[in-house]
Design a protein around this ligand. Sequence first.
Ligand code: ACO
Length: 380
Amino acid sequence: MADKPSKGLADVVAASTALSDIDGQAGRLFYRGYDIHQLAGSSTFEEIAYLLQRGSAPGLGELNGYRAELVAGRTPGALVTSTLPQIAASQGPMEAMRSLVSLASADDPDESSNAAPANERKAARLTAQQPILVAAYHAAREGRESVPADPSLSLAANFLLQLRGTPPSARDAEILDTCLVLHADHTMNASTFAARVCAATLSDMHSAVVAALGTLKGPLHGGANEQVMRGLEAIRSTGGSDPVAAVGPVTRDRLGAGEKIMGFGHRVYKTEDPRATHLRQMSGELAASSGDDTYYRMSRQMEETVFAEKGLYPNVDFYAATVYHYLGIPTDLFTPVFSVSRMAGWTAHVMEQHADNRLIRPDSEYIGDRDLTWVALSER
Ligand code: ACO
């Protein structure tokens, strides 16, 4: 007979990883030994993707080579391009990402190989293509051509260019780049675990990433960033002349009714999520320069209320929502933007799993009936 399960696998150590580490009591996060507080603002997303996927911080030559690989690998294949208009017309953003990444495998020259060099190449292509897919999806649903990519720009700057149609300011590009650094990996979160379970069957990298995308979509995981913004928008639209003052009573009512407030709480962090510290600061900066800091002030009020009522801290999704909003990213693309960054981590985890694999197959506790007697259909 199996032991009692840990509901939600809480506190279960499901895998060994050298990619990232969390100290939940101290509120610290490390990528391959580097503290996120040091990386935020002083490293680029391309450097972090390389660090995760290739094992160490790149030198200048390695980084230039990797950037060239990203530029060369980012053009979507024929199957993606030909089906994009229909997908954009009939699927929401995260469903579309799931479909498009799945279709992209058809045109990937390394599709069928799980060999380490093939996986490295696929990881770079998937990382390069994800922002292109999000921007192309957005253009297609608006019935316009995609803005051509600019190979001289960083992945973050090019994404903003393609999404918004005009070159971003240097600071906007830097802020999005820092967001991508902050979201790149996070130990055994639900989507990464899904990717590793899939990879552990010796399935391929695209399949593992599709499993991860489907898992990221849920509002208890990556889908929370969109729900945070929807919650703030709802309060603002009904909060009368002072939406900031309306936040406290509305939030207390929702908590009193047993509702969860999106963007708060975390399985591992027992104190402030270190990513939220940077996102709060960037949200404040963007709010100040936008000329309308209402959503930022509403967020600060919500943070205060949720802490006073429940002792819960904001997680990565809470201030990411207003940062993306102030960057002009449509609300329903917030979770796809998360996937642009987490692609670096997922693909690195698939490679780590393949390098030292054993099928992931836990046990279950049976709670159903036993020893029943089957009655033939004609007798029931
Ligand atoms: N609002 C109100 N109450 C909450 C919240 C919240 N956001 N989060 C946790 N709680 C309460 C629960 O109701 C529960 O209370 P109870 O013991 O009185 O029933 C207690 O805190 C523990 O919560 P669980 O849901 O059991 O904690 P778990 O570790 O399973 O879940 C999770 C963590 C899913 C992040 C949870 O905090 C949550 O649902 N938050 C809102 C969704 C969200 O922001 N998700 C994004 C997480 S970050 C990421 O995935 C990228």
